[in-house]
Design a protein around this ligand. Structure first.
Ligand SMILES: O=C(O)CCC(=O)C(=O)O
Ligand SMILES: [Fe+2]
Length: 335
């Protein structure tokens, strides 16, 4: 099989972050699951991302593990709750794999409040892959224009879009099959402890188009997911009927669960993961969302707020925490 030299790394085995093998006797003594595995790589990745081991791929053939349950008993609300989506045989391994293998960021950015610039620190680890519908990645990882199918003009993006690694792409394909929607973005959050959170917001940006479908996976520690209706606009006439009554929603999202938010949900409801003190949240939680951005502004927004301009972090199993990940090694990593 012939390969192009330029971007052929996308499906090549990853060598860089695995221990270098010395002599034949040494390699013979290394257990098979620590040997280099095939991985996704790309010039925009700080490190390659290994493909799923067959144990995960095989188990995911049985997803979704349950039928989704509709939650649409309140105004403008359209949820489907899979409890769980990921088969129970594999959710722990999937959590450990993604925490170990993905690179994360702790993004800081500034916002203008009147004349003053305020610095904001995102209270969780994040990472993102994908590109909006004006472009797509060729199988070898070249960004092409959706219409001409030719390489995009160099000035289309100020950011550097990254293709989904094969492991997250496998999850995307499964999700598309069970949600009647397509996705071109994967955002990942890691909540290291109860101090990490996401405040009330809606994913209603114009770049997602009207009535976006967002599929949201939970892995690891159970965390509460709150939803509340956006405030209703004040009545125009005293004779107008009062706004409908709505109740706050609280879902205790467990490892392997998936919530699909669709229809008019984002336009009308807010959602959050509030901070918690101690307990299970200290074990860490991964959230994965699949979305579809229609235009370039979505790509710029997602990379600005989920990759940013700071350093790379990765999980250190020995220390049990995220550590700066530099030059192929997680800093201070044991063994
Ligand atoms: O962690 C979660 O479950 C929610 C994440 C979320 O709302 C987001 O990334 O927009
Ligand atoms: Fe959200």
């Amino acid at each position: 099989m012939s390969k192009k030299r330029t971007l052929d790394g996308f499906f090549k085995p990853a060598q860089s972050k695995k221990p270098k093998l010395g002599t034949d006797t040494e390699s013979a003594s290394i257990p098979e699951d620590t040997l280099p595995r095939d991985a996704s790589n790309h010039p925009t990745y700080p490190y390659p991302v290994p493909h799923f081991p067959t144990s995960i791929t095989d188990a995911l053939a049985f997803a979704p593990a349950t039928e989704g349950r509709a939650i649409n008993d309140q105004p403008d609300l359209d949820l489907v709750y899979f409890e769980p989506y990921i088969p129970k045989e594999v959710h722990k391994e999937l959590f450990k794999f993604l925490r170990q293998e993905l690179f994360f960021y702790r993004v800081q950015y500034t916002i203008k409040r009147g004349a003053a610039e305020t610095s904001i620190s995102t209270p969780r680890y994040t990472t993102v892959f994908g590109v909006d519908a004006s472009s797509y990645f060729s199988p070898t990882g070249v960004l092409l224009d959706a219409e001409s199918q030719r390489p995009i003009p160099k000035d289309r993006y100020t950011c550097h879009p990254r293709p989904l690694p094969q492991c997250l792409d496998a999850l995307r394909i499964l999700t598309e099959g069970s949600t009647d929607s397509t996705y071109n973005f994967c955002l990942v959050n890691y909540y290291a402890s109860g101090a990490d959170s996401i405040s009330y917001h809606s994913d209603d940006e114009r770049f997602l188009g009207p009535n976006p479908s967002i599929a949201s996976f939970s892995l690891g520690a159970k965390r509460d997911f709150y939803m509340k209706h956006k405030p209703f606009p004040p009545a125009k006439n005293p004779s107008d009927p009062p706004p409908p009554e709505t109740r706050q929603i609280k879902l205790a999202l467990a490892s392997g669960d998936m919530v699909l938010m669709r229809g008019s949900t984002q336009a009308n409801w807010l959602h959050s993961i509030p901070k918690r003190k101690g307990g299970e949240s200290e074990r860490g939680r991964i959230n994965i969302t699949f979305r579809k951005a229609m235009v370039r502004g979505g790509t710029e927004n997602y990379y600005r707020y989920n990759v940013g301009v700071g350093g790379v972090f990765g999980w250190d199993e020995g220390r049990g925490e995220m550590v700066p990940w530099e030059g192929g090694a997680k800093k201070g990593e044991k063994g």
